[in-house]
Write a protein that binds this ligand. Structure first.
Ligand code: CS2
Length: 495
């Protein structure tokens, strides 16, 4: 902690006006957000603050951490929920203070307070950024994963839920039984059809408890889909220093991010919502085109960059982009293998979108760590790369660059870079996947066969596709000769 006084509401008058939006009237909590990570605080919370400043409304946020992380709760509550957004662009740093976050809770410690808020009629939106692994989803059926220990607990003890489906079902049951209109459930995660996917999981969890409740939820509760986009790295001491220098106060929980932001939202909010459209969000009937473009063009190439970089020894995305053959590979991957799978409106210029993404990746100020993006590959690879590969295979189109991204993940799971540096694997299936990758031996055929056998990641159709298997074997063989050489070869010999 710096030697400056702590950022808090009574200290706000000390902050220079340009760092604080004008008049703030302290609105009531209208949104409960599950998953109070950096992304939410740099994205939905910023849009919501600006919407309230523009058009008013009681849409203050209560953020909830589900991992019992009292450190984050206490750090933010010590600042009355205030924190700085540290925008880092090629032209410099912009610091602003966000006040929309009024309270932070940590399950299981604050369960009573959380469920009081979820039963409050003024709470009209429950939004989520719990990452792909936070939904406890059965990847084969799309229902809730009944074998998940947290789900099993919540079905056994529905009054003391700890999982997303368990919490939402318990809260919606309380509102139904009390005759209170339901809140809208808004997923802000990188899941395909995130609203419909969450609806299916919540209804399947409810069905396992009470068929009538599941029917009520399916009929009465809105689950709009969204596409969210802003590159938000983890917080570092450099961010704390930048906030302190700008504010003259200490902020223990600043959030770094890029200047760019985008939010496309299906406009289905029966209980109302903030005026997000007045501050740059796009309210649409169909999010799908935007969502697929972002999931495949951005997240798919992000994961590819992350795994190739972890092997080649590039620590950050901008460093990876400075290796010209890798920039070329990502450019051609988007152009030739991803963009052709996307059906977007005529007004959506995918090549301009590609060029903007390459500029965002090259931002030298952000220092977005490849290791952060490389986390949770078992949850990210299917929607980001495998869905694109499946679409290409259906049309007998090339997949060599996409397959290199998947093959790099296989080799990454061995936990060793080209130069012998070792790293830990951070993934819900880490022990199983690392063992598969490590014990498969050195032969590319053996590694590919072992990994394709992982049914939590690969569908039977994809795992048995001979074209895909051969492309993976070729890519792993190339990677054996060194990642940088494999990247250069992929540019010369795409097939
Ligand atoms: C990244 C995303 O960490 C990751 O997996 O690919 O968090 C990415 O930065 C965001 O989706 C950008 O909107």
């Amino acid at each position: 902690m710096s030697d400056k006084s702590l950022l808090c509401r009574t200290a706000l008058p000390l902050i220079e006006d340009h760092l604080l939006a004008p008049e703030w009237r302290d609105p009531r909590i209208g949104i409960v957000h599950l998953g109070i990570g950096n992304f939410h605080r740099a994205h939905e919370a910023v849009y919501t603050e600006e919407a309230m400043l523009a058009e008013g409304g009681d849409w203050a946020i209560c953020g909830v951490t589900l991992q019992g992380d009292v450190t984050k709760r206490d750090a933010l509550m010590a600042q009355d929920g205030l924190y700085s957004v540290v925008e880092r662009g090629p032209q410099g740093v912009e610091v602003s203070v966000i006040r929309a976050l009024r309270e932070v809770l940590a399950l299981p410690h604050d369960r009573a307070r959380l469920f009081d808020l979820l039963a409050d009629a003024n709470v009209r939106i429950v939004s989520l950024t719990v990452t792909e692994k936070g939904y406890c989803r059965d990847t084969k059926t799309g229902d809730v994963d009944l074998s998940h220990p947290g789900i099993a607990h919540d079905l056994e003890h529905p009054g003391e839920p700890g999982t997303v489906p368990g919490i939402l079902v318990a809260a919606l049951k309380t509102r139904r039984d009390a005759g209170i209109a339901p809140f809208t459930v808004l997923s802000c995660d990188n899941l395909s059809h995130n609203g419909a996917a969450l609806r299916q999981m919540v209804c399947s969890h409810a069905r396992a408890l009470d068929e009538a409740l599941a029917i009520w939820i399916d009929r009465e509760v809105a689950f709009p889909s969204t596409m969210v986009d802003r590159i938000v790295p983890s917080t570092t001491d450099a961010d704390r220093d930048a906030a302190a220098a700008a504010l003259g106060l200490s902020d223990e929980a600043p959030v770094p991010c890029e200047p760019f932001r985008q939010w496309v939202i299906e406009d289905r909010f029966p209980a109302g919502r903030p005026a997000w459209e007045h501050v740059g969000a796009q309210l649409v009937d169909d999010v799908m085109p935007f969502e697929l473009a972002k999931l495949r063009m951005l997240n798919g190439t992000h994961s590819t960059l992350a795994y190739l970089s972890m092997l080649a020894g590039f620590a950050t995305i901008d460093e990876a982009m400075s290796f010209a053959p890798l920039r070329t590979l990502i450019h051609s991957m988007m152009t030739h293998e991803i963009a052709p799978t996307l059906g977007v409106p005529a007004s959506f210029d995918l090549m301009a979108y590609r060029d903007a993404l390459l500029e965002r990746y090259a931002n030298p100020a952000l220092k977005h760590r490849c290791a952060q993006i490389a986390m949770d590959g078992s949850q990210k690879i299917p929607p980001r790369l495998l869905a694109t590969i499946a679409a290409r295979l259906e049309l007998d189109q090339s997949i060599s660059r996409l397959s290199l991204g998947v093959a790099a993940w296989f080799v990454f799971l061995r936990g060793r870079a080209d130069d012998g540096t070792t790293f830990a694997i951070n993934d819900p299936l880490a022990s199983r996947l690392s063992a598969l990758a490590t014990n498969a031996g050195d032969a590319p055929e053996s590694l590919v066969s072992s990994m394709l056998g992982c049914r939590d990641v690969f569908s039977p159709e994809l795992a048995s596709n001979e074209v895909f298997r051969r492309a993976l074997i070729q890519a792993v063989t190339q990677l054996k000769g060194g990642t940088r050489a494999a990247i250069e070869n992929a540019n010369l010999n795409a097939f």
